[in-house]
Ligand binder design. Structure first.
Ligand code: SAH
Length: 344
């Protein structure tokens, strides 16, 4: 079987190239073609001898993703991509343009098995994990397609990053490598639904990224009804792990809270939320829930969102309400893949 060359770090690639009887520096050249020029085929490595290119082609494969569909928002030029992987599976990624640069939202799995009640990605379960190369190639394909340098990454697409821990960590190391695309860890956010063991593992990696926690509810009864993961690790265990994470890394944690009309958007919920997060170095990000027809969840009204946000601000929290980008193009994760599956 051909080896996944785009998932190899420079050391691993060097061993492989030396094993083919080639000098070490060739590995660096090839690595640059892959991770700085984003080539998709060995034939594009024009300063590598034809013989070596053939040899590479016999032994390795460059996993990639091809654009199956592309939707451009008329409001804010957010672009949603449906990518086709080499085995025919589909994943979604989003390009968002902000004043400070280009952010790509990447997927970490095909589907998701976490079962959150409001989310479209999880409706048909998980199909498989993505390789490090397949997470990278979302960024590379988008860079090529738009002729841009991506500056920020959010791991908030399809899938639960901590359910694919090793590949995600490998991806993070590759994407921040200065010999490659070199996106700073400080410009990367990773979002988890609350897999507590993943939080403990991540704090040992010494990454300077931002950890986002999808909290969405301030008590166990409500959270368990929205997010099955809460039955395994409850809010107390989750918050305790977050405190340890901040102690260890000195990084501020971001809590995501999707506001669902009549479910978790009451004044009482806001007060309860302020109680459980009291004294933490954190940021609260409120998101009017994206309505997915199968889930029946409705968005909170703008007045409700404002009121919820005001209660938290008054208690001294840093709160933002997420700008809804690309609402006309199904930019919430999972919806595009789902509608395409239905068409087929
Ligand atoms: N599995 C990870 C990352 C993927 S989801 C996690 O759960 O954090 C990225 C974010 O989008 C999470 O905060 C998730 O809860 C949220 N989300 C999922 N469906 C949503 C919807 N319909 N509306 C608003 N946010 C949603």
């Amino acid at each position: 079987m051909k080896k996944d060359i785009l998932s190899m770090d420079l050391n691993e690639l060097t061993s492989e190239i030396v094993a083919l009887g080639q000098p070490k520096f060739k590995a660096k050249q090839i690595y640059r073609w892959l991770h700085k020029s984003f080539v998709t085929d060995f034939s594009q490595m024009t300063d590598i001898s034809l013989e070596l290119r053939q040899n590479l082609n016999d032994n390795f494969v460059i996993f990639g993703c091809s654009i199956e569909k592309k939707l451009i928002s008329e409001y804010d030029s957010t672009i949603k991509y449906l990518f086709r992987l080499d085995d025919g599976e589909y994943i979604e990624s989003v390009l968002m343009k902000y004043k400070y640069g280009y952010t790509v939202c990447v997927s970490s799995q095909v589907g998701c098995r976490m079962g959150c009640s409001f989310c479209a990605s999880t409706l048909s379960g998980v199909v498989r994990n993505l390789h490090p190369s397949e997470i990278l190639s979302q960024i590379y394909a988008i860079s090529r397609d738009n002729c841009i340098r991506v500056s920020h990454i959010v791991m908030m697409g399809m899938g639960e990053p901590f359910d694919n821990y090793d590949n995600v960590v490998k991806f993070l190391n590759l994407v921040s490598d200065e010999n490659g695309v070199n996106i700073s860890m400080r410009h990367i956010s990773l979002s988890t639904c609350g897999i507590v063991t993943g939080i403990y593992k991540l704090m040992e990696e010494n990454f300077q990224l931002t950890l986002s926690i999808s909290l969405h509810a301030p008590n166990n009864e409500l959270r368990s009804s929205m997010m099955p993961v809460n039955k395994k690790w409850n809010i107390e265990e989750l918050i305790f792990a977050c405190k340890k994470y901040t102690e260890k890394t000195s990084r501020r944690i971001s809590f995501e809270y999707a506001l669902v009309k009549g479910v978790n958007d009451t004044d009482e919920c806001a007060v309860e939320l302020s109680r459980i997060l009291k004294g933490m170095l954190c940021h609260i990000n409120l998101i009017p829930v994206n309505e997915v027809s199968e889930t029946g969840c409705k968005k909170s009204t703008p007045e409700r969102v404002k009121r919820f946000s005001d209660i938290l601000s008054k208690k001294g929290f840093t709160v933002t309400v997420r700008r809804e980008l690309g609402s006309d193009i199904n930019a919430a994760c999972g919806q595009l893949r789902r509608s395409t599956q239905k068409e087929k």
